[in-house]
Design a protein around this ligand. Structure first.
Ligand SMILES: [Zn+2]
Length: 393
């Protein structure tokens, strides 16, 4: 008897249908528009801050209080908080009400809001420190600043990734060693077989936020850890093995470094465009805004508009950078866990909130993970080519 991967994939696809499929399509396709709206909301909020003269007034106040270095920090903190306030209704709709409308959140408003306050505090602090550094570089090298600015941005990004598992993540969830039992035995077996230190594997209580099945690799430079979430813990043992093998793939294939390299290019291009375009922007509009030039720390909202535009246009590039890593991790998972049907079942469960069968361009532009169809098809092709091998589960 022959095994046809196409037919097997179609059989899996047929298990998600009717209202459930319409719902996950609607949730995910709505997300396409949110990329556009999120961009427009960011640009709008920054135009308000510039156009109403708030940036100019905040900058004058900051410069009257401190030298240029500290003035950049004094400008950035209130500016970032004002933008957060202007965009708050949009954030509350997209991240709280919309998630609830699709049954994807386990938090009430107070729990969600409390977490948001921590996120805002951390983001504001990190962004303000980054601006202090970047603005110092701009003042010193008015032409070539974007090179140093890119280096500094990557350094801050790396510091954030390194410190997050130690100082940030524990503010939202409890990370505990895996409890004794068959799951721990199997996961550690997989970890050791692939050269991943076993004491880097944790269980996280993600059901506090939602019922989403997930696991992740976080940290770098010695803080790297893999966390399996408690929603995944409730699944079948071979499904857990398949997901953990995928995460081990990210670890073993050094995806964090590849991603950083890709992001460095996107950041370098966006800052180079800012450096090239901002003199033009400021001579045209700087007068209205009361912003004299790049030496004024109040120029930040104008820079944010240009950087947001580049990142908006680069959405297919950043999505593809991540999605290619995810596809590699999937293939690693098949070779390590050797459980293609368990993998396919998990891919079907994840398709409750990710459109399962997009068109090819739709997947390239909007997907930061392979679609359910791509994942099941890859699993079934692997199965077809390893039929009858001893340890395939
Ligand atoms: Zn992944």
């Amino acid at each position: 008897m022959t095994f046809d991967p196409e037919l097997a994939t179609q059989a899996y696809m047929a298990t998600l249908k009717g209202a459930a499929r319409a719902r996950s399509d609607a949730y995910f396709e709505g997300g396409y528009w949110l990329i556009l709206w999120g961009f427009l909301v960011t640009v709008g909020a920054n135009l308000i801050v510039l156009q109403l003269g708030w940036a100019a007034r905040l900058s004058a106040w900051a410069r009257s209080k401190a030298g240029p270095m500290l003035a950049a920090l004094l400008f950035a903190v209130p500016y970032l908080l004002i933008v957060t306030l202007i965009t708050a209704p949009y954030t509350i709709y997209t991240e709280f009400f919309r998630e609830h409308a699709y049954g994807l959140s386990n938090q009430n408003f107070a729990e969600w809001g409390g977490e948001q306050l921590i996120v805002i505090a951390a983001d504001t602090l990190i962004a303000a420190i980054l601006w202090m550094g970047v603005h110092a570089v701009i003042r010193r090298w008015p032409r070539g600043w974007w090179v140093g600015g890119t280096g500094l941005t990557i350094a801050v990004l790396m510091a954030t990734i390194t410190l997050a598992p130690v100082y940030l993540d524990p503010l939202f969830n409890d990370y505990t060693p895996l409890p004794e039992g068959p799951v721990k035995t199997e996961v550690l077996k997989l970890a050791r077989a692939n050269g991943v230190p076993a004491d880097n594997v944790f269980l996280v209580d993600a059901s506090r936020q939602s019922d989403r099945i997930s696991a992740n690799v976080a940290g770098m430079l010695g803080t790297t850890r893999i966390a399996l979430n408690d929603n995944l813990m409730k699944q079948d043992i071979n499904e857990i093995r398949a997901v953990m093998a995928h995460e081990l793939g990210h670890y073993v294939l050094n995806h964090i470094w590849k991603l950083l390299l890709g992001m460095s290019l996107v950041i370098a291009v966006s800052l180079a465009l800012v450096a090239a375009g901002s003199p033009w922007l400021l001579t045209r509009l700087g007068g209205n805004w009361g912003i004299a030039g790049m030496a004024d720390p109040g120029v930040l909202p104008a820079l944010v508009i240009v950087v947001s535009t580049v990142f908006f246009v680069a959405t297919p590039v950043t999505n593809s950078l991540i999605r290619i890593n995810e596809q590699e991790a999937d293939i690693f998972a098949h070779n390590a866990a050797r459980a293609p049907d368990s993998f396919a079942r998990i891919a079907m469960k994840l398709s409750q909130y990710r459109k399962i069968e997009p068109g090819p361009w739709e997947e390239i532009i909007f997907f930061d993970h392979p679609s359910g169809h791509t994942r099941v098809m890859t699993a079934m092709r692997w199965k077809a080519e390893h039929l009858g091998e001893a340890d395939v589960r």
